[in-house]
Design a protein around this ligand. Structure first.
Ligand code: ZN
Ligand code: ZN
Length: 349
């Protein structure tokens, strides 16, 4: 078996198209023929060298993968010919974290495009135990669109779950592109009021939010006043504020932290290397909760997929299909903030 891969050989160098042999799957492994792979900001960080992947270079990036199992090692034969999703976080399934239901934080996890070769290629070799079957997808849902479930949608779902959000709560989402947009859709689907703020409010148009707030150049206290006022208008007490920092910027983190109030919960979903200065004692004074969230445990995927299959979470308005052969151009476009939708890349185009 051969694969045509886009390989990162050195930080900040263009990905290089290479045809190379793929090893045969060993016991418990499969070869997935990639239908599509989403392009994520994490790929850009790895490609530009601002974040180092855990595996040494050369490495094939890409961690939002759907495809079909075309070869199976022993014990994985039942997956042959099945459409599957390759989760961005593949837990080992057998450690203290996995046994406690915290597989998304498993220290032995494998992430495609970070720990092992990822989805920017025609075929990839992955462990079979963490794959999620897409055999139940209704014909109205295009298989390639489900690639974004592997990270953007499932990460959003886990963040909402971890926040303890219930019907009648209010979700304040800081940063409505990508993951933040899915937090809005999922919180709305679960019966919460949703308020989303972004420096580019025009990209929030298609989100089912009760309010969309532009925050470019505004003072965080001014935005806090407006958002807390909206919550009061909806009759939601601060105990039921679920705040989601999805921008992955220092400014967004300061805004999200400023939204804390008595009994509120703040989830950190976005990532930035930049430090921020806050008064941590606010958490104490407010009896508030703040937590980070990474990936999504495998057993949560059926619930995520159900929301999509039932049309409660929409993917199509937020994705754009593009040929993988122009991957280097797409990385530039992502870096220059020229993409408004998540790119779903076709390895055969
Ligand atoms: Zn990602
Ligand atoms: Zn584990």
């Amino acid at each position: 078996m051969k694969t045509r891969a886009y390989v990162l050989n050195a930080p900040s160098s263009p990905l290089e198209e290479t045809v190379r042999p793929l090893p045969a799957p060993q016991a418990g492994e499969v070869v997935v023929e990639v239908t599509a792979c989403g392009l994520c900001h994490t790929d850009l960080g790895f490609a530009r060298g601002s974040v180092a992947p855990r595996h040494d270079l050369p490495l094939v990036l890409g961690h939002e993968i759907v495809g079909t199992v075309v070869e199976a090692g022993s014990g994985a034969e039942h997956l042959l010919s099945q459409p599957v999703l390759v989760p961005a976080v593949m837990p080992c399934g057998d450690c203290a974290f996995c046994r406690a239901g915290r597989g998304n934080a498993c220290p032995a996890q494998k992430m495609p495009g970070n720990d092992i070769d990822g989805g920017f290629q025609t075929h990839l070799l992955v462990p079979a135990h963490a794959l999620v079957s897409l055999a139940g997808a209704p014909p109205s849902i295009a298989l390639d669109s489900l690639s974004v479930v592997a990270d953007a949608v499932s990460t959003a779902y886990q963040a909402v779950l971890r926040s303890g959000l219930e019907r009648g709560d209010i979700a304040f989402v800081v940063g409505g592109g990508g993951v933040g947009g899915y937090v809005v859709q999922i919180a709305h689907a679960l019966g919460a009021k949703t308020v989303v703020c972004d420096v580019h409010p025009e990209r929030l148009d298609q989100l089912p939010a009760d309010a969309r707030i532009g925050v470019q150049g505004r003072d965080v206290r001014d935005v806090k006043k407006e958002l807390h006022g909206l919550a009061r208008g909806f009759g939601v007490p601060s105990l039921r504020y679920r705040i989601f920092e999805c921008s992955g910027t220092a400014g967004g983190q300061l805004q999200a932290y400023a939204l804390l109030a008595q009994g509120a919960t703040l989830m950190l979903v976005g990532f930035t290397r930049e430090p921020v200065q806050v008064r941590l004692s606010n958490l104490m004074a407010f009896d508030a909760t703040m937590a980070g969230t990474w990936g999504c445990p495998i057993d949560a995927y059926p619930a995520v997929l159900s929301l999509i299959y039932e049309g409660k979470v929409k993917l199509e308005p937020f994705i754009e299909r593009a040929p993988m052969s122009r991957l280097n151009e797409w990385l530039d476009a992502l870096e220059e903030h020229r993409l408004n939708r998540r790119l779903v890349l076709d390895p055969n185009a």
